[in-house]
Design a protein around this ligand. Structure first.
Ligand code: NAP
Ligand code: MG
Length: 489
């Protein structure tokens, strides 16, 4: 959307250690989804020429960066962490203004960014290989993890600090240089993160930020012969295109994509806990998390009590501008995201699901200037319906009744996705059955589907990922290649 407001600050690309206008001369306005008249910043709409310059800078910088010691690279990441921490409030406020999540959530996420930088700074001092016994007693054989070269990082708008940090920090610590294309929706937050790296004294060309459209800069990264690895988080449609382009030219790639995450509420569940975790998992960040709860499958004995409590608490949630302390639930991140959510709500009704609460865009008073949708609950949802099958990425719950646990798990697995799944139960037999039979990369007991810990591997099964994992001990797998060294005695 183009809104003209001359006072909005202007941000640039970051190429070879310098802030540069785009060669295209074109710009885009980043706006506040809680108030469309508030322009957060003007950002470049870059083209192929800018991308080429970034790849050239990253290629040149890789020669020295890859030869620097891991601990020395780590020292630089610790500095970036300290700078990000000192700018935490400012960057969190930018995030809330730019994509709408509440300020406490934005602060929590920025703090996570700091923690991720420190975790990967530490990785610079940990092992990067193994010694394997050679058959020849005089021989010596070992593996060493080496960088890929230039890594292309393509990130979404829903976690504009945490996701870039869990990709950029490991890429850098293992000796790669980076060309980063953030979501256009959150480009100002991205520019501020790049400033933290600049202020820390990262050598020129080691991290390059190119702001521009997915179809030009994103696709350009996927196809660029100078980029050796591509890490992507976003939608399945885009992920598929990236994997095809990468495969065609033999580049390494890693995709984290959608989810349709189920919660199972067994008849013996702690009702209060299950309801609170369902609300938090489904509605925090306005349902715009890849791990958000979207299907809630409840054993029939507990269904009426669960439904009543869920509706009572959902109706109490306060919707508004994420900057206001009283707000629990902010707007959808953009107008198009809001339109998508509203179209799924209409489809749910057309397909015969029963709307129990919510379902409307809120336009009273100043809410009319933003993209607010009420938290919404449907029941009588069946597996053939779009709201059961497709990722909505908004504050919408589909309630489903199950005869027993076996049917509940069968329904939970009835999806092309397999990212995160939870069960609420106090029965150890249920827990063990769920672990064994649930096809999801994250399987959780008595806690919500959303949220991850930075030190544990994260990723999905089925169409939720490219079957690789990110974070924790898994990160080294993607960002390095294994070189096996044979030495004859
Ligand atoms: P998206 O539309 O796929 O965009 C993600 C990124 O890809 C953005 O930077 C986008 O740029 C870029 N892009 C768009 N078209 C491209 C193309 N043809 N080639 C290369 N890059 C392209 O997804 P989104 O709407 O931002 O994010 C929501 C999706 O992300 C949901 O499906 C959600 O489940 C998923 N997600 C997954 C995880 C996970 O870890 N599994 C975490 C968070 C979100 P523009 O911004 O310029 O369009
Ligand atoms: Mg915005």
């Amino acid at each position: 959307m183009t809104v003209t407001q001359t006072t909005a600050p202007v941000y640039r690309n970051y190429i070879n250690g310098e802030w540069k206008e785009s060669a295209t001369g074109n710009t885009i306005s980043s706006i506040n989804p809680a108030n469309r008249h508030d322009v957060v910043g003007i950002v470049p709409n870059s083209g192929k020429e800018d991308l080429d310059a970034a790849v050239a800078a990253a290629t040149a910088a890789a020669k020295t960066w890859s030869k620097m010691s891991g601990p020395a690279r780590g020292q630089l990441l610790y500095k970036v962490a300290n700078i990000l921490e000192s700018r935490l409030d400012e960057i969190a406020e930018t995030m809330t203004r730019e994509m709408g999540k509440t300020l406490p959530e934005a602060k929590g996420e920025t703090a996570r960014g700091v923690a991720l930088l420190r975790y990967y700074a530490g990785e610079g001092s940990r092992k990067i290989g193994d010694v394997i016994p050679a058959t020849d007693a005089a021989g010596f054989m070992f593996t060493v993890r080496v960088p890929l070269g230039v890594v292309g990082v393509i990130t979404p708008w829903n976690f504009p600090v945490a996701i870039p940090m869990w990709k950029i920090a490991p890429a850098l610590i293992y000796g790669n240089t980076v060309v980063w294309k953030p979501a256009t929706e959150t480009a100002v937050t991205a520019a501020k993160l790049a400033e933290c790296f600049h202020e820390a004294g990262l050598p020129a060309g080691v991290l390059n930020l190119i702001i521009g459209s997915g179809s030009v800069v994103g696709q350009g990264i996927a196809e660029h012969p100078g980029i050796h690895g591509i890490t992507f988080t976003g939608s399945n449609g885009v992920g598929k295109r990236i994997s095809q382009a990468a495969l065609a030219r033999g580049a390494k790639y890693q995709l984290e994509m959608g989810g349709k995450n189920p919660v199972i509420v067994a008849k013996d569940a702690d009702l209060e806990l299950a309801v609170n975790a369902t609300i938090s998992g489904a509605f925090r960040s306005t349902g715009q998390k890849c791990t958000a709860t979207s299907r809630v499958i409840v054993e029939k004995e507990i269904y009426p009590a669960f439904k009543e409590k869920l509706l009572e608490k959902t109706r109490e949630l306060k919707i508004g501008d994420g900057m206001e302390a009283s707000t629990w639930l902010g707007p959808c991140a953009s107008e198009s995201q809001m339109e998508t959510v509203l179209s799924y709500i209409r489809k749910g009704q057309e397909e015969g699901a029963r709307l129990l609460c919510g379902g409307r865009r809120l336009q009273e008073g100043k809410l009319a200037d933003g993209f607010f949708v009420e938290p919404t609950v449907f029941e009588n949802v069946t597996p053939d319906m779009a709201i059961f099958r497709e990722e909505i990425f908004g504050p919408v719950i589909a309630l489903v009744q199950a005869e027993n646990l076996e049917e509940a798990i069968r329904l939970a697995n009835d999806s092309v996705y397999g990212l995160s799944a939870s069960i609420f139960t106090r029965d150890i037999g249920n827990v063990l059955t769920f672990f064994r039979d649930m096809d999801a990369g994250l399987v959780r007991v008595n806690e919500e589907t959303a949220g991850v810990e930075l030190q544990a591997p994260f990723g999905g099964m089925k169409q939720s990922s490219s079957h690789s994992r990110e974070q924790g001990t898994a990160a080294i797998e993607f960002y390095t290649a294994v070189k096996t060294v044979y030495i004859k005695g």
